[in-house]
Design a protein around this ligand. Sequence first.
Ligand code: GDR
Length: 326
Amino acid sequence: MKRALITGVTGQDGAYLAQFLLTKGYEVHGLMRRSSAAEVVDAKLRWLNIHNDIREVDGNLIDLSSLIRIIREVKPDEVYNLGAQSFVKASWNQPLLTGQVTGLGAANVLEAIRLERPEARFYQASSSEMYGLIQEEMQSEKTPFYPRSPYAVAKLYAHWMTVNYRESYGMHASSGILFNHESPLRGIEFVTRKVTDGVARIKLGLSKELRLGNIDAKRDWGHSREYVQAMWLMLQQDKPDDYVIATGRTTTVRDMCRIAFSYVGLDMDAHLKIDSALFRPAEVDVLFGNPAKAKEKLGWTAKITLEEMIHEMVDADLARLRNART
Ligand code: GDR
């Protein structure tokens, strides 16, 4: 039986990845921060009904000693580093914490593996945010980076550390440059879930308006459930490498929002308000990924359309809100 260790297991991707690995017969260990009981947020694992199947390991990405102990004890075959302060807007308010968790946290995991279990395969959750200002027709593994937020700067450090450990020590360390990926498990602070939750509230008469920031930004949105499979595929390759994971379609926030409103028969223009407080100090205007390498080398392509995903999310939010009322 293969053993996997997932950091960030209580997040959207961690939960879907854990579920996927369990169906593959893996023993799944999840890093959880246990500084206080209230901090244990396993709602997403409960949603997927896998909370009793994950072996919880107590540690923290910013505590190297805890990671060394965990790698020594668990002896994982595969380590997926999904843990991060992952909300881009919050990274301007907490730039140093973001650097420690999102940047140095990855270096800590790499160091723990190098010291205790160098044969383990490593996956780093890199991000399309690293492209930032660089707008080529489509962004690929060859596109240069120009990060536009403290979050993206931290992710870029983690990305290059992954490449460096691969080249310096011959470790099987791969980096997935994932474009935005969503699901009903997405946190409410991210725009798709904010929209689907907001639309469901308006539909049920719980709210009248939805406030958003820059709706001209364009994103390449896929489904988390499919994207975690690409992570696993990367670690099954003979050679470690970097891969763009994207759908190859880009849509404005405005049009994504319209999909949600029209699904429930509401007029978006009657409810959507623009709030300048929600704009970011620096914006990434366009993300548009070229997933050709992932298709060729991993046999992976995104199949769920943006419409299907937004409909699934609106349905899930309607059900959640109706259940909360009964
Ligand atoms: P992003 O995702 O920053 O791309 O990073 P997010 O959903 O937060 O923003 C997408 C775009 O929508 C615009 N926007 C708003 N965003 C939020 N959150 N709230 C609003 O009210 C709002 N109005 C407009 C934003 O300005 C932005 O342009 C996500 C995260 O998951 C990262 O961790 C990950 O690395 C990247 O995706 C790939």
